[in-house]
Design a protein around this ligand. Structure first.
Ligand SMILES: O=C(O)CCC(=O)C(=O)O
Length: 216
């Protein structure tokens, strides 16, 4: 995990936790386990820690011990679960051996949650759930430390892999702007003929997103 002290950028807060179901999920088929009553538990913990907490130090085990409603997120392909971002959850064992496919893209907020809005009608449902969990109408929550960007180990590893992949592609094909093209090496006539044939067969394009779009 990497934290950044760059204060010019405020990392977005997560507004929703989503579970997008890409395959039917039967009970005991690996569905996400959700602690349905965890919002008040997490809200109390965070309210008591305005200095913030790193994901690696988050006391999940202690907090889950305060929960008692556990739900298995079974569903049909195409279902989407929208969960409060404070809902504790975990992957579960798949006892059926049927592949389970989900994605869980986060929904980010444009600005941090505000628990002290002048007009209560302006609270979002996510903010209201926190206030309800704390048993208050408003909360003047002020972070006691600057917000920090946290890059999870997995994301850092994937970024490294992407850089390595780009370097390999650039070494093999050469880079022109944001597009990758085949670089003509200085070669013998036979190698040149082979290279020409390869060029006809291979066209690699990369967009500025660095994602390889096509291999033809
Ligand atoms: O695999 C799952 O069911 C849940 C995974 C998840 O939500 C997570 O990695 O945060």
């Amino acid at each position: 995990m990497v934290t950044s002290s760059d204060t010019s950028w405020t990392p977005p807060e997560q507004g929703l936790l989503t579970l997008v179901v890409w395959s039917d999920i039967q009970p005991r088929g690996g569905g996400t386990f959700v602690a349905a009553d965890s919002v008040p538990v997490v809200a109390r913990y965070l309210a008591a820690h305005p200095e913030g907490v790193l994901p690696t130090e988050f006391p999940t085990k202690a907090l889950i011990a305060e929960c008692s409603q556990f739900v298995e997120a079974t569903g049909r392909v195409g279902d989407v679960f929208l969960l409060h971002p404070y809902v504790l959850h975990a992957k579960s064992q798949n006892h059926l051996g049927v592949p389970r496919l989900i994605t869980n893209p986060p929904v980010h907020l444009k600005e941090p949650m505000n628990f002290n809005r002048p007009d209560p009608a302006d609270y979002s449902p996510v903010e209201l759930a926190v206030l309800r969990g704390l048993g208050v109408d408003r909360l003047d929550f002020r972070p006691a430390a600057p917000r920090a960007a946290v890059v999870p180990k997995r994301v850092a590893r994937q970024q490294r892999m992407l850089e390595e992949e780009k370097a390999r592609l650039a070494a093999t094909f050469g880079v022109v702007g944001s597009r990758l093209t085949v670089r003509r090496p200085s070669v013998s006539p036979l190698e040149g003929a082979l290279h020409f044939r390869r060029r006809a067969l291979v066209s690699v394009e990369a967009r500025s997103s660095d994602t390889i779009q096509t291999f033809r």
